[in-house]
Design a protein around this ligand. Structure first.
Ligand code: BYC
Ligand code: FE
Ligand code: FE
Length: 473
């Protein structure tokens, strides 16, 4: 179904045919806009931004681009097309018809998962709200705002499901999604990473590379769900998500590229010299990567999780790209995970595959993270610099799961807590690193100009020049 833009809430779900639902969502809409004004990007609300807006849900030509003031962005409800005769693809209900309504026995679980997903979307906008003031270019400023409005739309996607399928409880949850706030000591966001402060663009690029990629994998798991409206919603969200990870990968890549240029120019890898020249030394990039990667690993939950087993058994949440696995039921299969042996080492532990779903998804995620890291390393190698970025072990700096609170080095070898404390500034951003990065954050607003610590992008947005005025200030 095509998207109807003549209604107050653009949608392709024939919202006008359900007056009660339409009214409930139109009631939530001003609360969302108030939240956007209070907690969304600080300033810039009156500026024209070159934004893409969804105009259809086909893979081809689904977006239009043009100057929009952010509060006028047409946030709406867009589900991927319904697949005729779709069957459940995994778990105990394998082969049965998918559900158009939530079965009563799974209602609270679905609600919880949809709320958890929905909570991350506005959380990320809140985390990023001050970054506009220090954007390294208009191109980057526009990308930040594109990501922000789309995360706002992802909130709409989850709120639609809550309103349409969870009655009064759903409406209450939708209100609470606007009441919890990132980093709020009394009412924090649900998941750890989304309460981390973000006051610099290196963190923004790491977040969009690593944390938005958790989003990709969680959304892929939901795209398999037996609850068809959830599957269809998340499938379209994934289309938008690709750009967020592009911003992260190219952002980090451009920081590295600029550093390599200066390393060659000055013929040095001396950290103090490079910092004086105003670029980010490669070891600091590694430490920021270590931080955001490990924080994002926690978002997959515990290695062994009976919650995750239930989601899988009941058809609630599959594995990303479920079709590529050989066995879609995993009724009595087993796998091995690494756990602490209680004596400062590690040991293998056998668990059921169903209990290991979080770990399976996490390992797929790590593989995907490595694709970009390999590309960054190719650039470093091509520049003739002897340095390699490396993702730390999934056991390093974990706060959720079997390795929660256990000190290891980045290779994942358990070490004494005292050694970790003594060496943590080698492995994670130190106060001095953060202060240095912050000192680089100066705003650049001339079209086509870049801050000194980042290389220009290879090309502009939607075939526009890099020099295009992406935000009219
Ligand atoms: N922080 O069995 P366990 C995105 C809780 S990102 C705090 O291990 P389970 C985006 C857990 O809730 C994608 N708490 O976990 C990215 C449980 O609590 P209870 C977001 C955590 O349930 C960038 C307990 O610990 N989507 O879209 O198997 C920008 C132990 O449970 C954390 C989703 O997360 C944590 N990191 O799996 C914008 C999908 N991890 O039951 C957007 C929905 C775990 O003891 N969520 N806990 O109270 C889920 O599928 C699952 O809730 C999780 C956890 C995978 C997160
Ligand atoms: Fe999102
Ligand atoms: Fe995203």
């Amino acid at each position: 179904m095509s998207i109807n833009y003549s209604e107050r809430i653009p949608n392709n779900v024939n919202l006008a045919s359900d007056r009660t639902l339409q009214r409930a969502l139109e009631h939530w809409q001003p609360a969302f806009l108030d939240w956007w004004k209070d907690m969304g990007p600080s300033d810039f609300q009156g500026n024209d931004v070159y934004l893409r807006t969804a105009i259809g849900v086909d893979a081809q030509g689904w977006a239009s681009y043009g100057a929009v003031k952010m509060p006028d962005y047409r946030w709406g409800i867009f589900l991927a097309d319904q697949e005729a005769e779709r069957k459940i693809g995994f778990g105990d209900h394998m082969g049965e018809d998918v559900w158009q309504q939530v079965p009563g026995e799974y209602r609270s679980v679905f609600r919880r998962l949809i709320v958890t997903q929905g909570d991350t979307e506005p959380a990320s906008v809140e985390q990023q709200r001050l970054l506009g003031h220090t954007a390294p270019s208009l191109y980057d400023l526009r990308n930040l705002f594109q990501v922000n409005v789309e995360e706002g739309r992802h909130l709409w996607a989850m709120v639609y499901l809550l309103h349409a399928h969870f009655g009064r409880d759903g409406r209450e949850e939708a209100e609470e999604l606007l009441e919890r706030h990132s980093g709020d000591p009394d009412k924090p966001r649900i998941l750890g990473t989304f309460n981390e402060p973000m006051d610099n663009w290196l963190s923004f690029f790491m977040f969009t590379y690593f944390t938005d990629r958790d989003g990709k994998f969680q959304l892929k798991s939901f795209a398999e769900s037996a609850f068809d409206p959830l599957a269809r919603t998340t499938r379209f969200m994934l289309t938008e998500e690709a750009h967020h990870m592009f911003v992260g990968e190219t952002g980090v890549g451009r920081v590295i590229k600029r550093t390599l240029e200066v390393m060659k120019e000055l013929d040095t890898d001396d950290v103090a010299t490079l910092r004086k020249a105003g670029v980010v030394d490669l070891p600091t990039i590694q430490r920021f990567m270590n931080f955001w990667f490990t924080s994002s690993l926690d978002l997959f939950g515990s290695e062994a999780s009976s919650n995750a087993a239930n989601y899988f058994s009941n058809g609630i949440k599959g594995r990303p790209d479920e079709a590529k696995f050989a066995d879609h039921v995993e009724s009595d299969t087993e796998m091995t995970i690494q756990v602490p042996d209680g004596q400062g080492g590690l040991k293998g532990e056998t668990i059921t595959v169903r209990n290991g779903m979080n770990e399976i998804t996490r390992l797929e995620y790590v593989k995907d993270c490595n694709v970009g890291v390999t590309r960054w390393n190719m650039g470093i190698k091509r520049a003739g610099i002897d340095f390699e970025l490396k993702l730390p072990s999934t056991r390093f700096r974990r706060q959720v799961g079997a390795w929660s609170g256990i000190a290891t080095n980045p290779e994942g070898q358990p070490i004494a807590q005292a050694e970790f404390d003594a060496r943590k500034d080698e492995w994670l951003p130190s106060d001095a690193d953060k202060a240095f990065i912050k000192s680089l954050m100066q705003r650049v607003v001339e079209p086509g100009k870049m801050a000194g610590w980042i290389a220009p992008p290879d090309r502009g947005i939607n075939a526009q020049a890099v020099e295009y005025q992406y935000v009219k200030l």
